[in-house]
Design a protein around this ligand. Sequence first.
Ligand SMILES: [Zn+2]
Length: 296
Amino acid sequence: MKKLKRALAFDIGGTKIASGIIEFEKNSYKIFDYQKIKTPKKKKEVIQKLIELIIYYKKDNDFEKIGIATLGRVDNKNGIVIRAGNLKGWENIKLKKIIKKITNEEVKIDNDVKCFALAENVFGRVKNYHNIAYLAIGTGIGGAIEFDNKLYRGENNIAGEFGHMIVDFNGKKCACGNKGCWQQYVSGKAIEKLYFELYREKKMAKEIAIDSTRGAKKDKKIIKEASKFLAVGLVNIINTINPEAIVIGGSVVRQGEILKLAKKKALKTVLIPGRKTKILKSRLGNEATLVGAGLL
Ligand SMILES: [Zn+2]
């Protein structure tokens, strides 16, 4: 029997760290021993947890290599986390070197949305497409670009940071230091802020999305407003890189009508040839980033 390829994969997010053994076949994968823990607050604790988990997985599992997807900007060649706005202190970490030194394991590291893109390209709805933009809309907006089926990283691996496209010169402040970045208007946090600004009540983005589909007027208004902002960014992406498809994942688009509304508006607004762009929801959902880390 053919030997299956197995990788240990991690997905480090701002709120949780997911891990598991991913077994790959030609057109499919399986996840074993999936675990999810809260992301510790301090950088040292995050590294400590990673090491503990690697030792734990090594005990009972066979795997060839380790892949780590992390939020933030990553020097993927040297395995260094450069900076992550949503996880304080998660910067300038020579993760590859540290893990090698302590566990003697080889690891590959990349930005989480780049990993999400890899997985969607291999197992998702776009495996027959060649030029694709990816968006992950959650706490912020991450992105990735693939040209001719290869990740386009740019000179310093920051290509596809769509969340930091400036859509309003004098707009809301972003963690990157600029004003008016797109992610300040469409992310989960942004939707919650919008709700609070209008109604002086706190409500979770997920609940706003669900209630809007049930016909709640206040929630519908917010989702409609956010969908306009989502459309603006989609138009910018289509008009600048002209992809065949845009794949969108993340908690914000999982529920409700925001994507449907934005898609309609965006495709009406783009330059005419761009109307053919397919705007699709991610198929792999939550797992995509972890699977992509395994693919690294
Ligand atoms: Zn920004």
